[in-house]
Design a protein around this ligand. Structure first.
Ligand code: DGY
Length: 316
């Protein structure tokens, strides 16, 4: 009998084909709620998941599942403690989406600096004269502030420094001295980054300890001309405080791909503001990267079900 892999939320054909080529049977999920995932996973050997919550209750009720493989990087929706208790491997694809997310961050940065959305909406509504009344800004010589100098943060810093002649300051206490990049001036506090940067860009995972750490106090350190960029996780920003900072003009604007609640409510007050540029958590969803995320996630499943350890273990 073929080993079965449950995929609750569809992925690219490349990832599915990788599994079929190695003899696995794919079972597509019928829904993303707890009960449906539990029912669908009965008898399955593995699950390939996206951003659906994989809760303790799910993990305690899927006895045949040996490995859960995350499509992409973020593990914040998987109860890792419960997975460890149930002896379920968790693996992800840390190299799968850095390029797409870093490029998307650059897009948000430029869209903010050049006021892309405002000019786009104006000209569509017949206001060509807006070119004489509103101005964007140059990014050359400006400072990108990187919170979290891992793969994505480092890529953003390099693109800013080499591509746009910007300066980069960064905060990341986990990067050892020998791994530091010449492009980034590493500083000892997050506050210094918020104070000095013209663009503060967030590149940290969401953990149980850092919810809402970008709050009123941190935002109040920023220059009034500065922008906040977030293509990491929405829960690390206190959205009510961000709304206030944007509405009052305390900061110039924000470029956001992620939200505290996803999908965000249609009446989220942030969406009433003219000084934000927003995308629907699709930074990693390019053609190339969805294939790579699917392949890396499928690879992790095959590695465990073939009796080995995954290349990218998160819970062992
Ligand atoms: C990630 O890798 O976590 C992306 O946000 C897609 O889920």
């Amino acid at each position: 009998m073929k080993l079965q892999v449950l995929i609750p939320s569809d992925i690219s054909e490349a990832g599915k084909q990788y599994l079929r080529d190695r003899g696995y049977e794919i079972k597509m999920g019928r829904g993303l709620d707890e009960d449906t995932i539990i029912a669908d996973a009965q008898g399955c050997d593995a699950m390939l998941v996206r951003n659906e919550p994989i809760t303790r209750r799910i993990l305690e009720n899927i006895p045949s599942v040996k490995v859960i493989s995350k499509h992409g990087v973020g593990l914040d929706k998987i109860d890792l403690e419960a997975a460890a208790e149930q002896n379920i491997w968790v693996t992800n694809g840390p190299l799968s989406n850095a390029i797409a997310v870093a490029e998307h961050t650059m897009m948000l940065l430029l869209a903010c600096a050049k006021k892309l959305v405002r000019f786009d909406l104006a000209i569509r509504s017949g206001d060509y004269n807006i070119r004489n009344t509103m101005k964007g800004m140059d990014v050359e010589g400006k400072t990108i502030g990187i919170i979290g100098c891992g793969k994505i943060g480092s890529m953003v810093a390099k693109k800013c420094v080499h591509g746009f002649d910007m300066k980069a300051v960064g905060y990341d206490p986990f990067v050892p001295a020998e791994a530091r990049l010449p492009e980034i001036e590493y500083v000892d506090t997050m506050e210094e980054v918020f104070r000095r940067a013209d663009f503060v860009s967030l590149h940290v995972p969401a953990t149980k300890d850092n919810a809402g750490f970008v709050n009123k106090d941190m935002l109040s350190l920023m220059k009034p001309t500065a922008y906040l960029l977030n293509a990491a996780r929405g829960t690390i920003v206190n959205e009510a405080d961000l709304y206030e900072a944007l509405h009052s003009g305390r900061i110039a604007g924000a470029g956001l791909d992620v939200y505290a609640q996803e999908p965000p409510a249609a009446d989220n007050p942030l969406f009433t503001l003219p000084n934000i540029t927003v995308t629907p958590h699709n930074a990693s969803l390019t053609h190339e990267t969805t294939d790579r995320m699917g392949l890396h996630a499928a690879q992790g499943i095959d590695e465990v079900l073939s009796g080995g350890a995954p290349t990218w273990p998160c819970v062992t």
